[in-house]
Ligand binder design. Structure first.
Ligand SMILES: Cc1cc2nc3c(=O)[nH]c(=O)nc-3n(C[C@H](O)[C@H](O)[C@H](O)COP(=O)(O)OP(=O)(O)OC[C@H]3O[C@@H](n4cnc5c(N)ncnc54)[C@H](O)[C@@H]3O)c2cc1C
Length: 97
């Protein structure tokens, strides 16, 4: 309320009824994680892939390289690389649609 001064965001809480919501902290996303190849194969420390083990989503190291530049950096890469990884696995199984 811009008309409320001195602070338009904070006003006295005086008249009930009052309601409360319990807020529990959770992770929104990650910007680091398991190192993978482009197609999502989990890599050993020496860079060799572990056969048959894949990582996608927040479990996988972000292409943002340890930075969080803004909203959208999780869903976009998660969907894109999830699609790439899914197609790779389907190709290997000879099951791509
Ligand atoms: C409030 C909020 C707002 C957000 N806004 C944005 C946004 O605007 N833009 C954006 O890009 N990102 C946003 N994010 C982040 C984004 O939603 C997450 O980064 C993304 O959903 C992570 O996808 P994921 O598949 O890695 O993990 P999740 O979506 O967490 O999927 C993991 C799944 O595994 C399941 N699971 C867990 N343990 C087990 C188990 N033992 N067995 C079987 N299943 C299991 C869980 O139930 C869950 O369904 C937001 C997140 C929050 C919380």
């Amino acid at each position: 309320d811009p008309a409320h001064q001195p602070n338009p965001c904070v006003a006295p809480v005086q008249t009930g009824p009052f309601f409360a919501v319990k807020v529990i902290m959770g992770d929104l996303g990650t910007f680091d994680g398991i190192q993978t190849s482009v197609v999502g194969e989990v890599l050993r420390r020496d860079g060799r892939p572990i056969a048959g083990l894949y990582a996608v989503g927040n479990d996988r190291a972000s292409i943002m390289g340890g930075n969080y530049p803004g909203a959208g950096i999780t869903h976009g890469p998660n969907m894109t690389f999830g699609y790439v990884t899914g197609n790779h696995i389907a190709d290997r199984a000879g099951a791509r649609a």
